[in-house]
Design a protein around this ligand. Structure first.
Ligand SMILES: *Cc1c(COP(=O)(O)O)cnc(C)c1O
Length: 361
């Protein structure tokens, strides 16, 4: 089998061990004689699968008992609507921090449902930094404050959870969930599309404090109503059963690796190596983000001469380093190094970057 290192931003690399286990269990899950894909979502086998997935996620993130864990569909983007539909009803107002592409998407969607105010924005400097917390203008009657802890496209990441008083904090953790410990009790709601650090695309996980439920706008579709979904254990209709199963295997893989704290140490080491290669290249490569908010998960970089981009990508692919092309809105390259990217992949990328720079300077 060809071994490649896949630096895609998502859907992204999954742990080899998990893929192998999926393959082994594909036709016959634990002696059931059935594939997980073929099982009733209400049967005892799948009930065990989804309950274990939830229990393992609760363990990994130390999710307090007064938070619900919901397994939903439609990716993170559907939550851009579901969040205001469920949470804005208390005051009709919500505040958002705009740190880039995904924040903007969430803001645009939320505007359909109420009075939306941008409390802070990094747009004046092309989203290369995070506005200082002292300058955030959060309305005291905002029903919640939404932010994006890691901007997957821009490569900007919050290094700590902002302190915002009593206003429920809502976080789109799609691209950095489970990459570092977070204190869930600081949040009103956390959500994450699965295809970066959790598993197959389509699945989205919502972790929500119980007291925020019950304020959904009357027009909220049934399948987006958190209260109804919670009351029905994420089985209001057929959940994305196979995706939940794979996510559950990833959670077990993470626990075996020492959990989120151990993962954070590896992620710091991986990111440090790539940023060191960029910063040590004497201007051949450049990352435009303020050092204090550089992402550990998604590392965009440009070459000093755009004319070299095609050669870089071609030669990288020859070295089996794939999906390094940057998002069209940023240009250049982007290396996404989620939990499942092994250190060997980072080492291979760094030595290729150094070799390429040496030959093209
Ligand atoms: C990928 C991503 C999304 C969109 O996820 P979909 O599953 O495609 O809807 C939203 N927010 C962030 C931060 C992302 O990285």
């Amino acid at each position: 089998m060809t071994t490649v290192y896949n630096f895609s931003a998502g859907p992204a690399v999954l742990p080899k061990d998990v893929l192998l286990q999926t393959q082994q269990e594909l036709l016959d899950w634990h002696g059931s004689g059935m594939s997980v894909m073929e099982m009733s979502h209400r049967g005892p086998e799948f009930t065990q699968i989804i309950q274990e997935a939830e229990a393992d996620l609760r363990d990994l993130m130390a999710i307090p008992a007064h938070y619900k864990v919901l397994f939903l569909q439609g990716g993170a983007t559907t939550q851009f609507s579901a969040i205001p539909l469920n949470l804005i009803g208390r005051t009709g107002k919500a505040d958002y921090v705009n740190t880039g592409h995904w924040s903007k998407g969430a803001i645009a969607e939320a505007r359909r449902y109420g009075d939306i105010h941008v409390a802070a924005s990094g747009e004046d400097r092309q989203f290369t930094y995070i506005p200082d917390l002292t300058r955030w203008q959060v309305r005291p009657d905002a029903a919640y404050l939404h932010y994006t802890p890691n901007e997957t496209i821009g490569g900007v990441e919050f290094q700590s959870v902002p302190t915002v008083g009593d206003i429920p904090l809502v976080a789109d953790m799609s691209s950095n969930i489970l990459s570092r410990p977070v204190d869930v009790s600081r949040f009103g709601l956390i959500y994450a599309g699965a295809q970066k650090n959790i598993g197959p695309s389509g699945l989205v996980i919502v972790i929500v404090r119980e007291d925020l439920l019950g304020h959904a706008l009357p027009l909220t579709p049934k399948l987006m109503n958190y209260q109804l979904v919670a009351d029905n254990d994420s089985m209001l209709n057929t959940p994305a059963t196979f995706a939940v199963y794979v996510a559950g295997l990833i959670f077990k893989w993470l626990k075996a690796k020492g959990g989120v704290a151990a993962m954070e140490q590896i992620n710091i080491a991986k990111a440090d190596k790539i940023y060191a290669a960029i910063d040590g290249s004497q201007g051949f490569y450049r990352n435009p983000i303020d050092i204090a908010c550089r992402s550990r998960m998604n590392i965009p970089f440009v070459l000093h001469d755009d004319a070299l981009n095609a050669a870089f990508l071609k030669e990288a692919a020859d070295h089996r380093l794939l999906q390094l092309k940057g998002h069209k809105s940023v240009g250049g390259m982007r290396a996404s190094i989620y939990n499942a990217m092994p250190m060997d992949g980072v080492d291979a990328l760094v030595s290729f970057m150094q070799d390429f720079a040496g030959r093209h300077t």
